[in-house]
Design a protein around this ligand. Structure first.
Ligand code: CTP
Length: 479
C-alpha cells in the first residue's frame, strides 16, 4: 500500500525549484500525475548531492518532457523505443518516463514493458530506498510516497528489496553489484536475505554486459571504504565471477608451522588505505590489483618460508588481461596501473637496504611523474597487526621520501632525458634508426644513473664515442 508521509523538508536550489514548478504545471495541464523518483529522492533525503533527476509520470513521459522543455526553453531528446525523454536544465540531467510494469524473461535482461500504476513502477525497482517517490501533484505536493518502508530503511541504513530478493535479482542481476556498491558508497547493510539471494543468483551476473559491470566496479572503487563492497562480493561468490584473479588471493596456507598473509584481505586493507589518501580511480585500481600475481608465484622454500618472487611482473601481465576482459581503457590508465604494480616493491626496498643514490635515481627515472602516486601505494601497502611495526615502517618510509626529494633536487631525474639523444647518435655516425642506436642510448642513460659519468653533454658525448668505437663505428661529423 502506498503511504503518504510528511518528511523533513529537503533543500532545493532556485533552478531545481523552477524545474519542479514547470513539471508540476505541465503535468496538471495534461492531467498526468507526476512524481520525483529513484536515486535523486534517496540522495535528497540523505542530503547527498545529485544532478540526475528522474520523473515518473502516470501517462506519456515524452509528451510531458516536450511540454516542460518548451516552457523552460530547452531542447528535449526522445528515445521512442524506450518511451523515455531527456532534457538538460542548468546542470541537471532530467529524465521522464511513463510509469511501467515490467516482467522479465528468465534468460534475458530485456523486459516486456506495459503501462502501469505508480505502485507497479516502484515495486519493480531494486531497493526500497530507491523505491520512494515525491509527489508534484496539487493534492499532496511535496509528500513522500512510500510503499515498502524505504524511509524506515533509510533511517536504519538497510538495503532491502521491495519484492522477494530472488525475484528482484533474477529480474536484473546487475542489482547484486549495485547492492555491494550502495553498501560501500552509503555505508548501508544488506539484509541477510539480500545476501543470501546474492549467493543464490551470483552466476546470473554472466548475462549482464561487461560495461555495466565495470561501471559498478568503478563506483565501488570510488566509495569512501571500497573494501565493504569487495568483501561482500567475495562472500556471496560474485567476485569469483567478475574478478576471479582477486578471489584466488584469499586464504592462508601453512607448511612447517609457517603461514603467510591472507593476500585478499591484505589487498582490501591496502585499497582502503589508498582510498583514504587519494581519490584517483586508477591508483585505486592499482591498489586492488597490486598483489594479483601472488597466486601464481607462491612457493614454499625450505628454511626460508613463503615467497612470491616476481609477483610484480606476473601481476603487471595479469592487469592487461583483466583490463581487456573488463573493457577498461587500454591506453594511459592501463599503462599507469601496470607501472604501479610493477614498481610497487621498489620504494619499500629502498627503506630496507643501505641505499645508494643510483638506486634512488633509478626509481625517480622509472616512476617519473607518477612518483607521488607510487609512494602513496607503497605507504598504503604497509599493513601489520603490530602497530609498533607499522609506525616504524612508516617512519622509515618518510626517510625514503626525504632522500628521494634530495636526490631529485640535486639531479632533476624525473622527466629527465639523457643529454645525448638518439638523433645525435644517428647524425654523428650517419646511421639509420636501429637496435644499435638503442643500445648506445641505453648505455649512456645507465652510466649517468649509475653515477659513472656526469649528467652533461660533454661527458655523455665522450662516452658515446667510446661505446661506438667498441662497435667499430667512426663519426662522420665532428661536433
Ligand atoms: N534501478 C533499478 N535497477 C537497476 C538500476 C536502476 O531498479 N538495475 C532503479 C532504481 O530505482 C534507481 C533508479 O532506477 O534509483 C535510477 O537508476 P540509476 O540512475 O542507474 O541509479 P541511481 O539509484 O540513481 O544511483 P546512481 O546515479 O548513483 O547510479
Amino acid at each position: 500500500m502506498l503511504i503518504r508521509k510528511y518528511y523533513k523538508p529537503v533543500s532545493v536550489s532556485d533552478e531545481e525549484q523552477q524545474l519542479y514548478e514547470a513539471v508540476a504545471a505541465e503535468a496538471a495541464k495534461l492531467q498526468a500525475p507526476v512524481y520525483l523518483v529513484g536515486g535523486h529522492v534517496r540522495d535528497k533525503l540523505l542530503q547527498r548531492e545529485s544532478k540526475d533527476i528522474d520523473f515518473t509520470v502516470v501517462g506519456d513521459g515524452p509528451q510531458l518532457a516536450e511540454a516542460v522543455g518548451k516552457r523552460l526553453g530547452v531542447s528535449v531528446v526522445t528515445y521512442k523505443n524506450f518511451g523515455t525523454a531527456r532534457l538538460q536544465y542548468h546542470d541537471f540531467i532530467v529524465e521522464f518516463v511513463g510509469a511501467r510494469r515490467e516482467s522479465y524473461r528468465p534468460a534475458s535482461r530485456k523486459p516486456e514493458v506495459q503501462a502501469g500504476t505508480l505502485m507497479d513502477d516502484l515495486a519493480r525497482r531494486d531497493f526500497t530506498i530507491n523505491a520512494l517517490a515525491i509527489s508534484l501533484n496539487a493534492d499532496d505536493y511535496g509528500m513522500v510516497l512510500d510503499a515498502f518502508d524505504g524511509l524506515g530503511d533509510l533511517e536504519r541504513r538497510l538495503l532491502r528489496t521491495p519484492l522477494d530478493p530472488d525475484i528482484t535479482f533474477a529480474d536484473d542481476p546487475l542489482r547484486m553489484l549495485r547492492a555491494a556498491r550502495f553498501a560501500a558508497q552509503l555505508d548501508f547493510t544488506p539484509l541477510v536475505e539480500v545476501r543470501q539471494a546474492m549467493r543464490n543468483n551470483a552466476e546470473r551476473i554472466r548475462i549482464v554486459s561487461v560495461e555495466r559491470i565495470t561501471d559498478e566496479l568503478n563506483k565501488m572503487l570510488m566509495a569512501p571504504k571500497p573494501s565493504i563492497a569487495f568483501d561482500l562480493l567475495f562472500k556471496t561468490g560474485l567476485l569469483q565471477e567478475v574478478l576471479p584473479e582477486l578471489a584466488l588471493l584469499y586464504g592462508v596456507e601453512h607448511i612447517e608451522g609457517k603461514g603467510h598473509k591472507d593476500n585478499f584481505y591484505h589487498t582490501l586493507q591496502v585499497l582502503d588505505q589508498v582510498a583514504r589518501r587519494s581519490d584517483h580511480l586508477w591508483l585505486r585500481w592499482a591498489a586492488l590489483l597490486h598483489d594479483v600475481g601472488k597466486y601464481d608465484t607462491k612457493r614454499f622454500e625450505k628454511g626460508k618460508g613463503w615467497t612470491f618472487h616476481g609477483h610484480e611482473v606476473v601481476g603487471a601481465r595479469k592487469v592487461e588481461a583483466i583490463f581487456r576482459r573488463l573493457h577498461l581503457p587500454l591506453n594511459e590508465p592501463l599503462k599507469f596501473v601496470q607501472k604501479m604494480v610493477l614498481l610497487h616493491l621498489r620504494p619499500i626496498a629502498l627503506s630496507k637496504e643501505e641505499v645508494t643514490d643510483s638506486a634512488m635515481r633509478r626509481l625517480l627515472f622509472d616512476a617519473g611523474n607518477d612518483l607521488e602516486d607510487l609512494l602513496i601505494l607503497c605507504e598504503s601497502d604497509i599493513t601489520s597487526k603490530n602497530e609498533k611495526k607499522v609506525k616504524k615502517y612508516l617512519e622509515n618510509f618518510q626517510l625514503v621520501r626525504r632522500k628521494l626529494a634530495e636526490v631529485e633536487e640535486r639531479d632533476r631525474i624525473r622527466n629527465w632525458q639523457p643529454p645525448v639523444s638518439g638523433e645525435v647518435i644517428m647524425k654523428t655516425f650517419g646511421k639509420p634508426p636501429g637496435r644499435e642506436i638503442g643500445i648506445i642510448k641505453e648505455a649512456i642513460r645507465e652510466a649517468i644513473l649509475e653515477g659513472k659519468i656526469n649528467n652533461t653533454f660533454e661527458d655523455a658525448y665522450a662516452f658515446m664515442l667510446q661505446k661506438a668505437a667498441e662497435l667499430g663505428w667512426e663519426p662522420v661529423t665532428k661536433n
